[in-house]
Design a protein around this ligand. Structure first.
Ligand code: PHE
Length: 347
C-alpha cells in the first residue's frame, strides 16, 4: 500500500501538461472522482487497523500534492497561452493603428481657401466678439433692421442709449465684420477671403445651428464689376463641385450690397430633375453676394467715386452638406467617430 502511494507521488511529480488534453489526462488520473487517489481512499477500509493512521496521513499528503501540482499545471498552461502559444501566427500583419483625419468642415474650408488663393485672394481674420458698429452699422444696416433683434443676435453687453450704439458688444452674426476691419486698415486693391465662426440665436435643427462657419470674400479695386463677381463665383462653384453644373444668380437683398444676388447651383443629387434636397426646384442656394454698397466703402474711408467692389458669403456647413450628401447639419458637431471616420482619405 505504502509503495503504491510512493509510486504515485513520483509519477505526479514528473507529470507535465503542455496541451489542454494532457491537463485533462492529469485531472482524470489524479483529481477526478475516479482517480487513482480516489481508488486508494476507497481501499482505506481494507487497511489493517494499526496502519490506518499512518496510511491516512500519507494519502492526505498525496491528495494535497496532486491538487497543488494540478494548479501549477493550469498556471503554466495559461501563461504559455498568452506568450508563446504555437497557434499564434507571427507572420500576420498587425492591426492597423487608428489614425485620425481632418474634420470634414476643415477639409471644405481648406479647399475653399485653396481655390481662392490660386486666383489671387489672401486670407484675413477678425474677432468673434464684435461691437455693433463693425457687425451692423458700418454694413449699412438701418437702425431697426430685424437682424439686430435679440432673437438673431447673441448680445454680450447692451449699451444704454441707442440700439446701434457701439457700446453694444455681441457675438458676430456673420464674417462681414472682417470686411469692415480690412477696408478700414488696407488701401485698395483688396482681394481677400475671410473664413470664420459665426453665431446666431437660432434653434438647432437639421438645417440650422446657433454656431456655424462662413467664408466671406471681398474684392475692392478700380473698375470691379458685377461681371468679375460672376466670373469669380462661376469659377469657384465649378472647382468645388462639378465642371458640368449650372449656376444662376437670383436677385436678392442685403443691406451692405447693391445690387445683391443669391447664387444657386443645379442640384448635385438629382442633376436638376427635382428631389427633396432641392425641394423639387432643381436648384440649391450656395452663397449670397453683391456689389459693395458705396455707403459701406465710405464708412471705411474708401473713396466710392474711385473704387468699386464685390463681396460674397457662404456657409461652410452648407457647402460640406452638398459636397458630401450630408442631410443633417448637427452631424458636424456631434463628434460621432462613425460619421467622422467616413472622411478618411476623402478630399
Ligand atoms: N453676410 C451675409 C450673411 O451672413 C452673406 C453675404 C456676404 C452676402 C457678402 C452678400 C455679400 O448672410
Amino acid at each position: 500500500m505504502f509503495e503504491k502511494v510512493d509510486a504515485l507521488k513520483e509519477e505526479l511529480n514528473k507529470a507535465t501538461a503542455i496541451t489542454q488534453e494532457e491537463l485533462e489526462q492529469y485531472r482524470m488520473r489524479f483529481i477526478s472522482r475516479k482517480s487513482v487517489i480516489a481508488d486508494l481512499f476507497n481501499d482505506f477500509k481494507n487497511v489493517p487497523n494499526d496502519q490506518k493512521k499512518g496510511f491516512g496521513a500519507a494519502l492526505n499528503d498525496l491528495k494535497t500534492l496532486a491538487q497543488e501540482k494540478f494548479e501549477k499545471l493550469i498556471d503554466g498552461l495559461s501563461s504559455d497561452n498568452d506568450e508563446n502559444d504555437e497557434n499564434i501566427d507571427l507572420t500576420l500583419p498587425p492591426l492597423p493603428g487608428t489614425l485620425g483625419s481632418l474634420h470634414p468642415l476643415s477639409k471644405v474650408r481648406n479647399r475653399i481657401i485653396q481655390i481662392f488663393e490660386r486666383i489671387g485672394f489672401n486670407v484675413s481674420d477678425g474677432p468673434e466678439i464684435e461691437d455693433d458698429w463693425h457687425n451692423f452699422t458700418a454694413l449699412n444696416f438701418p437702425p431697426n433692421h430685424p437682424a439686430r433683434e435679440m432673437q438673431d443676435t447673441f448680445f454680450i453687453h447692451k449699451g444704454k442709449d441707442r440700439v446701434d450704439d457701439d457700446q453694444d458688444i455681441l457675438l458676430r452674426t456673420h464674417t462681414s465684420n472682417v470686411q469692415i476691419r480690412l477696408m478700414q486698415h488696407t488701401k485698395p486693391p483688396i482681394r481677400s477671403i475671410m473664413p470664420g465662426r459665426v453665431f446666431r440665436n437660432e434653434a438647432i435643427s437639421a438645417r440650422a445651428h446657433c454656431i456655424f462657419h462662413q467664408v466671406e470674400g471681398l474684392y475692392v479695386d478700380t473698375n470691379v464689376s458685377f461681371k468679375d463677381l460672376k466670373d469669380t463665383l462661376y469659377h469657384f462653384a465649378k472647382e468645388m463641385f462639378d465642371k458640368d453644373l449650372k449656376i444662376r444668380f437670383r436677385p436678392s437683398y442685403f443691406p451692405f450690397t447693391e445690387p445683391s444676388a443669391e447664387i444657386d447651383i443645379s442640384c448635385l443629387i438629382c442633376k436638376g430633375d427635382g428631389c427633396n434636397i432641392c425641394k423639387y426646384t432643381g436648384w440649391v442656394e450656395i452663397a449670397g453676394s453683391g456689389m459693395v454698397d458705396p455707403n459701406v466703402l465710405e464708412n471705411c474711408g474708401i473713396d466710392s467715386e474711385k473704387y468699386t467692389g464685390f463681396a460674397f458669403g457662404m456657409g461652410i456647413e452648407r457647402i460640406a452638406m452638398l459636397k458630401y450628401g450630408t442631410n443633417d447639419l448637427r452631424l458636424f458637431t456631434e463628434n460621432d467617430v462613425r460619421f467622422l471616420s467616413q472622411f478618411k482619405g476623402v478630399i
